[in-house]
Design a protein around this ligand. Structure first.
Ligand code: IPE
Ligand code: IPE
Ligand code: MG
Length: 253
């Protein structure tokens, strides 16, 4: 642990460095990965990793807010995560009822709007209620959007968008010529959000795991070996600092 923290700490980038350097990504998305391996490293059960990971969410939320990020999306549970052992899924489903009562006042005071991107269908009531309450309680805030990707899967999202297009076509609400990028985008769960400018994935995995395949078409990617429970502000700001040095060309020159 000490060795790893030392290795991560050398960045020492601060919020001030970011703000002096120029533009900040409007939408940052994070695949919060590595809770289980973090726990294993300390001989703890995987649930302890998820718990410590949950405790890390507020710190990074405040770090993002401090530099003026407009949307922070956190991938918390994928549609494929249901494949995990029941015991682990049960534990993960309990996290919203732990997180929101604990953090809602701070989120409110920080003018943060809570949102959710994902399918509500399979989620148990006890997992959905706390997030729905938080969405309702923060609805009138106009600061940073804290968007939880919960029971989210990108391919399923695109399939649903395609179905909506088909229904609209069959009902005569649109014509074939109306099917374009905007029309599909409008039928995604993220239709009211800008595409992510920066994607961060922790834990050293270099893949998307079915996260926002459409929305990430021109997003900048940043990866770290750090597991999510040990991800911290200096690392977050290093990612932003690196983003500021990237040239986004969108296929142009
Ligand atoms: C991320 O950590 C949290 C979720 C996917 C819910 P993991 O549970 O995937 O941890 P690792 O990847 O097994 O270490
Ligand atoms: C992606 O992590 C999902 C979340 C972080 C919520 P996974 O741990 O599920 O991804 P894979 O299985 O390693 O690709
Ligand atoms: Mg994982």
């Amino acid at each position: 642990m000490k060795h790893i923290l030392r290795r991560f700490k050398q960045h020492h980038i601060t919020a001030d460095d970011i703000l002096k350097a120029g533009s900040v990504p409007k939408h940052v998305a994070i695949i919060m990965d590595g809770n289980g391996r973090w726990a294993k490293k300390f001989g703890l059960p995987r649930a302890a990793g998820h718990h410590t990971g949950m405790k890390n969410v507020k710190k990074i939320t405040i770090a993002a807010k401090t530099i003026g990020v407009e949307v922070l999306t956190l991938y918390a549970f994928s549609t494929e995560n249901w494949k995990r052992p029941k015991e682990e899924v049960d534990y993960l489903m309990k996290l919203p009822q732990e997180f929101f009562p604990l953090e809602i006042e701070d989120l409110e005071q920080n003018n943060i709007q809570v949102r959710m991107t994902g399918s509500k269908e399979q989620l148990p009531e006890f997992a959905l209620k706390p997030i729905e309450n938080a969405i309702e309680r923060t609805r009138h805030n106009d600061g940073m959007i804290l968007n939880f990707a919960l029971n989210y899967g990108s391919r399923l999202e695109i399939v649903h968008a395609a179905k909506h297009l088909a229904e609209d076509l069959l009902a005569g609400r649109i014509h074939t010529d109306d099917i374009n990028e905007q029309a599909l985008n409008d039928r995604l769960l993220t239709s009211d959000l800008p595409d992510p400018d920066l994607l961060i994935r922790t834990s050293g995995e270099l893949r998307l795991s079915n996260f926002m395949l459409w929305q990430l078409a021109y997003t900048e990617f940043w990866f770290t070996e750090a597991y999510w429970p040990e991800f911290n502000e200096p690392l977050f700001y290093s990612a932003i600092r690196e983003y500021q040095n990237r040239a986004r060309r969108y296929g142009g020159l």
